[in-house]
Write a protein that binds this ligand. Sequence first.
Ligand code: FAD
Ligand code: DHB
Length: 393
Amino acid sequence: MRVETQVCVVGAGPAGLMLSHLLALHGIHSIVLEARSRQYCEERVRAGVLEQTSVAMLEQSGLAARLHREGMRHEGLDLGLNGRLHRIALQELTGKGVTVYGQQEVVKDLIARRLADGGDLRFECGEVSLHQLDSAHPLVRVAAAGGEYEIHCDYVAGCDGFHGVARSSIPQGVLQCYERTYPFAWLGILAEAAPSRQELVYMQHDRGFALYSMRSPSVTRLYLQCAPDEDLTEWSDDRIWSELHARLDSHDGWKPNEGHILQKSVTGMRSFVVEPLQYGRLFLAGDAAHIVPPTGAKGMNLAFADVYYLAEAMQEYYRRDSSERLQQYSATCLRRIWRAQRFSWWMTSLLHRFASDSPFDRKRQMAELDYVMNSRAAATALAENYVGLPLEA
Ligand code: FAD
Ligand code: DHB
């Protein structure tokens, strides 16, 4: 069977869904191919912090109704060192804030809207393979249960995450990979417990980093630095709470509320970028092209920035028959990606315990945190990056 579309989008995560939505607003037809079920995509617990730019993108594309009702706008965050907290006043320092709204809520809103608009989203689509990417007529083959079919398109968008098929369809030698892995991971939990504080706490602690976050007025999200190969079966609920208290409870008497643990996971940490983000008529976006360690809360936001540029460039192609912006797509995105990489690496280095650190390294790290907590200039540099750099025109 032969199917035609203008853009074939592989992956229904934040990048693929947002791209398909923005393209539809520009009058460009797309088909989204997703390996997993709709339910799986909607329930996958991941990122939680939206930069103001991402919120603006959701607002301007008519997707912010529930976000405005349920999202929690934060005008500051706390940095801590061994239980001593210091607020970074994001709004006061930058004029901007962030919004805490779970990635799976963004994904639910995007799926609902694409389907309401008659969008073509194909979940559990079977095995996807990409062909003729360096020709004017790329084609995507889908080996579905009912038999194979082919999608003929003008462009393919690889929005299928780090383990997807798009990046690995590019011939060897085309891409340059830049990578760093970290000697730790995050053990994350979602707990049925009302947040006990209105803003996030990033705690540097002798026992390791801990992060206090939230999802709603009744759900708290918490993370602990752990070993990359940490065995979750060794972490009873009691052990998790006791370690969270040991690292997070503050000298002024604050502590996270406990509650039933709804979900536990371990996430490895890496920095990864491929260059360029294009091969022929295939464009990579989001985690398919880059991964940041989560400390800077940049993953989903970078994915949105990529597809914003890609949708704008595709609009120029279809409206004005100019592929100039498509040719610039990779360079435009990479500038923002590397800035976010630098910030995420810096936040990670500032806040985690590195087993290999010498006593000198540890003292230097604590001095750096002291500087960020006590210098308006240093706090502003953190805040400016955390709330998100502006999108370039
Ligand atoms: P994804 O969300 O990965 O979406 C890709 C989609 O493609 C998936 O739905 C996948 O099923 C689909 N797919 C894959 N292969 C194929 C294929 N062959 N065919 C069809 N479909 C395919 N960021 C933060 O800022 N804070 C966090 O706390 C945080 N936690 C994270 C925890 C985990 C376990 C992971 C993996 C990431 C986390 N991130 C976090 C990063 C953030 O969630 C990602 O940056 C974001 O999901 C990127 O969106 P994306 O659409 O590019 O990729
Ligand atoms: C969350 C995740 C992050 O990586 C982060 O830096 C802040 C918050 C969260 O899941 O809420």
